[in-house]
Design a protein around this ligand. Structure first.
Ligand SMILES: Cc1ncc(COP(=O)(O)O)c(C=O)c1O
Length: 251
């Protein structure tokens, strides 16, 4: 059933209305009147009505390099014109070149790459790999973490709106999130003695040997991180129990 357009509907209103009509409600927008993005260039973004914004939010992919950075888009355009899709059953020059470059710039023994098309798949692969190389099965994630939309990533996620329809979370526990602004333990740094990190360690202990601590929360809470030594503390705690620490897909 289609919705009836208002007589004086703006283009933004039309797109928001059709978004609700034709896209699953799982894909929600922020705000009652969401900004309908039209085009962008580096730090600027224009909405469909032509208003220009200095973009302080960006997207995960644009946050570091700007919108439509010509250095990047020109390479993408060249590749799409040259060779768009093949099976991974055959090698090609560019996938090997990228893997080689990553091997050169990553530390230590990190020499081999596995490419995925989404953060969800990257997290799936990280968990699979961790479980394969470790005798452990359990995963410690953090409250408020978002790890993706697959069944497993949904279980690692700890935000109710993204865990709809129930989850099967065998071997997954969620540790308290280090968040000074609204401390879940109602404490203040430094008097707290980094109690949040200590609270994470028992969860590794409770579930035996833990294989992965998701860093998802770091995206949302960029200020609440390593400078106060919490990651190191949790990391060390898990290592004592033969755990591994996995990176998050997006970071
Ligand atoms: C921290 C984090 N992990 C995982 C994901 C999942 O990525 P994707 O939507 O590409 O599957 C996201 C996506 O927003 C994310 O922010």
């Amino acid at each position: 059933m289609t919705t009836t357009p208002k007589m004086t509907e703006t283009r933004s209103e039309e797109i928001v209305r059709k978004h609700k009509e034709f896209i699953w409600p799982a894909v929600t927008n922020y705000y009652q009147k969401p900004l309908v993005a039209d085009h962008a260039s580096m730090q600027y973004l224009w909405d469909i009505e032509g208003n220009k914004y200095l973009d302080f939010f960006g997207g995960i992919v644009t946050i570091g390099v700007g919108h439509c950075n010509p250095k990047i888009t020109s390479k993408i355009k060249d590749q799409v014109d040259k060779l768009q899709h093949t099976s991974t059953l055959f090698p090609n020059e560019h996938i090997v070149a990228l893997a080689e470059k990553i091997a050169q710039i990553t530390p230590g023994k990190l020499q081999k790459s596995f490419f995925t098309s989404s953060g969800t798949e990257a997290n799936e692969a990280a968990i699979l790999l961790s479980r394969m190389v470790s005798p452990s099965f359990d995963i410690v994630s953090l409250r408020h973490a978002y790890s993706g939309g697959s069944a497993l990533a949904k279980s690692v996620t700890a935000q109710a709106p993204w865990r709809k329809s129930g989850v099967v979370s065998v071997g997954i526990s969620h540790a308290v999130n280090p968040y000074c602004y609204r401390c879940p333990l109602h404490l203040k740094y430094p008097e707290c003695g980094v109690a949040c990190a200590n609270a994470a360690a028992p969860s590794a202990q409770d579930c035996g040997r833990s294989v992965l601590v998701s860093r998802s929360h770091m995206r949302w809470l960029p200020h609440a991180g390593d400078q106060q030594g919490r990651h190191g503390k949790v990391h060390d705690g898990n290592c004592e129990r033969d755990g591994l620490r996995g990176p998050d897909s997006v970071l």
